[in-house]
Write a new protein. Structure first.
Length: 257
């Protein structure tokens, strides 16, 4: 029977505040927070393994391959977590929602194009050459088609897929089982922004906190899409469009601002 008070009463019955009694364990949330805190040493370990097996022509190519392999491994781990007996699989569902308000979803996706310009308006890229040059050097494919495709996959597909599974599927999902939407979205968005806190060191307090506000807004809109559709497709598309704005300069050989 359709519940007219539900944000999307036509979505799968297994998705909801209680998930039919299958409560996400707090231990899984703590586990993934620990993994995220260890991402830097995990990346270094993965890169050392890659470079021991292969000597890339350019250092950036080794970084790109490492990013793809690490993201794929973490996504596989997230899928295994989602298959445990504590979850309904729909919690990490990438299914096409039924009778979703596609106008609402399309509007949020359109708004996402303006998130970065809105929050970073007036930013002087020359004042953050270290951040810009480090990112550009690490991920610049330098015109090699294979690595251009891998950069696109890493930044526009794999990273959004992983982060939406973790921050929306797990963190928001855990909080949503226990709290209302606003509180759960606030919780997951704050954690999402906290794991990008290095922008404060790179950009300084003013622009760093503006960048974190931008990321928080992205997280909140992603949670809203997840709540309205019951599927991770729309939040992942939103996140992918956001990251595409950072990837385009790499693919066009333009140092990103």
């Amino acid at each position: 029977m359709v519940d007219p008070t539900h944000p999307n009463p036509y979505r799968t019955r297994a998705f909801g505040p209680a998930d039919h009694g299958l409560m996400i364990p707090a231990g899984h949330v703590v586990l993934w927070i620990g993994i995220l805190l260890l991402l830097a040493p995990i990346a270094l370990l993965m890169q050392s393994i890659v470079l021991s097996l292969w000597s890339p022509t350019l250092a950036s190519h080794g970084t790109i391959v490492t990013e793809v392999l690490m993201s794929a491994a973490l996504i596989a781990g997230m899928f295994l977590v989602g298959l445990s007996r504590h979850y309904n699989w729909e919690r990490f569902g990438f299914w096409m929602p039924v009778r979703t308000d596609y106008l609402f979803v399309g509007g949020i996706l359109a708004i996402s194009i303006f998130i970065q310009p809105l929050f970073m308006f007036g930013f002087d890229a020359e004042g953050a050459t270290d951040l810009r040059d480090t990112f550009f050097t690490a991920y610049h494919p330098q015109g090699v088609l294979l690595f251009e495709l891998l950069v696109f996959a890493a930044l526009v597909i794999l990273a959004p897929l992983l982060e939406e599974m973790v921050f929306r599927g797990l963190f928001f999902g855990w909080a949503r089982q226990r709290l209302g939407f606003f509180e759960a979205a606030l919780f997951s968005s704050l954690i999402f922004a906290a794991f990008h806190a290095h922008y404060v060191d790179a950009l300084g307090l003013h622009w760093g906190f503006r960048a974190l506000a931008m990321i928080f807004t992205l997280g909140f809109l992603s949670a809203l899409l997840f709540e309205r559709t019951g599927s991770l497709i729309a939040p992942t598309l939103l996140h992918g469009l956001f990251n595409l704005q950072a990837a385009i300069p790499l693919l066009l050989d333009i140092p990103p601002a």
